[in-house]
Design a protein around this ligand. Structure first.
Ligand code: CP
Ligand code: NVA
Length: 314
C-alpha cells in the first residue's frame, strides 16, 4: 500500500515524480492571458473524480486542512474533515478498527496526530493509503512543499543546493534531514545542545549518505546557505519553557543573520510563525521570504502526493 508517512519510502524517484507533477499541474492552472484559474475550478483531467479523502485532526491546523480539501476539489474529488475527538476513538474504539472501517468508506486518509506511533498503527491496518499530515516526529508534506518552492524560485532541481535549519530539532528538522539524504542536498543544522533532532532519523539519514552537519552555531549554519529555514521554538503540545526560549534566542532569523547567507538566499518558514521569536517581521515580510509561496505550494504538492498514493500519477 503506497502510504505517504515519510520521505524515504517514495525514494528519490518517487519524490521526483511527485515534484514534477506538482510543478506541471500548478503551471497548467493559468489561462491564455496568464491569469490563474479560480481556486475551486477542477484541473482539466480531474483525475480523482469520484474519490473521497478523510482527514482526521488531533491537533489544530489552518494550512494542512484547507490545502488538502482544496487539493481534492481541484483533482475532482472531495474531502471529509473531522477532529479526532469527534470519533469513536475517544470512547475506546481501536485505531486498527477505525482503519478497517475507513477502508470500506473512503479512498484515502490523512491523519495529523500527536504521536507518530498512532499514524503507523493506522497505516498498518488500513487497506487504503494513509498520509502523514504532521506528527511529533515528522512533517513530510510540508518539507516537500518547501522543496517545490525552492525549485520554482531557483529555477533548478534541489539536488546539490545548500540549506540551513535553525532552532528546535523538531518534526520539521527531522523531515528536512530525511529529504536532504534522499534528494541529495546539503543541510546544516544550527540547533542548540539539548534540542537535537530525532537520533534515529539522523542516524538513518547519515547511513544513507546524507550530507548533514550538526554545526550548532547559527552563523556557521547560515554562511553560504541558499535557503535558511526555521520553525516555531514551541511545537504543538509542548510546554513553553523559559530555558528553552533562552537557548533558542541566538538562532533567531533576523536581518543580521540572514545577511550571512549566500547572496539571493531564500527564507522559509512552514508557519504559523511566532513573530519576534524565531523570526523577525523584517525577514518574514521581507523580499527574501518565501513563506507565503510555501503555504500555497502545500496545495500543489499535496495534489501530486494524493495522485502518487492512489496510483494515478502520470
Ligand atoms: N504548516 C502547517 O502545517 O500549518 P498548519 O498547522 O496550519 O496546518
Ligand atoms: N513544529 C510545528 C510545526 C507546525 C506546522 C509543530 O509541530 O507545532
Amino acid at each position: 500500500m503506497p502510504h505517504f508517512l515519510d520521505l524515504a519510502t517514495p525514494g528519490a524517484a518517487g519524490l521526483r515524480a511527485i515534484l514534477d507533477d506538482a510543478h506541471a499541474r500548478k503551471a497548467a492552472r493559468r489561462g491564455a492571458d496568464g491569469r490563474p484559474w479560480s481556486k475551486g475550478r477542477a484541473d482539466a483531467d480531474a483525475p480523482l473524480a469520484g474519490h473521497v479523502l478523510a482527514m482526521i485532526f488531533e491537533r489544530p491546523s489552518t494550512r494542512t486542512r484547507f490545502s488538502f480539501d482544496m487539493a481534492m476539489r481541484q483533482l475532482g474529488g472531495s474531502a471529509i474533515v473531522t477532529s479526532a475527538g469527534e470519533l469513536q476513538i475517544g470512547r475506546g474504539e481501536t485505531i486498527a478498527d477505525t482503519a478497517r472501517v475507513l477502508g470500506r468508506l473512503v479512498d484515502a486518509v490523512m491523519l495529523r496526530t500527536a504521536n507518530h506511533a498512532t499514524l503507523e498503527e493506522l497505516a498498518a491496518a488500513a487497506a487504503i493509503p494513509v498520509i502523514n499530515g504532521l506528527t511529533d516526529i515528522s512533517h513530510p508534506c510540508q518539507v516537500l512543499a518547501d522543496i517545490m518552492t525552492f525549485e520554482e524560485r531557483a529555477g533548478r532541481a534541489v539536488a546539490g543546493s545548500c540549506w540551513a535549519y535553525l532552532g528546535d530539532g523538531n518534526n520539521m528538522a527531522n523531515s528536512l534531514i530525511e529529504a536532504a539524504s534522499v534528494l541529495g542536498f546539503d543541510l546544516r543544522l544550527g540547533v542548540p545542545h539539548g534540542y537535537d533532532p530525532d537520533g534515529a532519523v539522523l542516524a538513518t539519514a547519515c547511513a544513507r549518505g546524507g550530507s548533514i552537519d550538526l554545526v550548532r552555531g547559527a552563523t556557521a549554519a547560515v554562511e553560504g546557505a541558499e535557503v535558511v529555514v526555521t520553525d516555531t521554538w514551541v511545537s504543538m503540545g509542548q510546554a513553553q519553557a523559559k530555558e528553552k526560549l533562552a537557548a533558542m534566542l541566538p538562532f533567531q532569523v533576523n536581518v543580521a543573520l540572514m545577511a550571512k547567507a549566500a547572496p539571493g538566499a531564500i527564507f522559509m518558514h512552514c508557519l504559523p510563525a511566532h513573530r519576534g521569536e524565531e523570526v523577525t517581521d523584517e525577514i518574514l515580510d521581507g523580499p527574501t521570504s518565501a513563506a507565503w509561496d510555501e503555504a500555497e505550494n502545500r496545495l500543489h504538492i499535496q495534489k501530486s502526493i494524493l495522485l502518487w498514493c492512489l496510483g494515478a500519477l502520470a
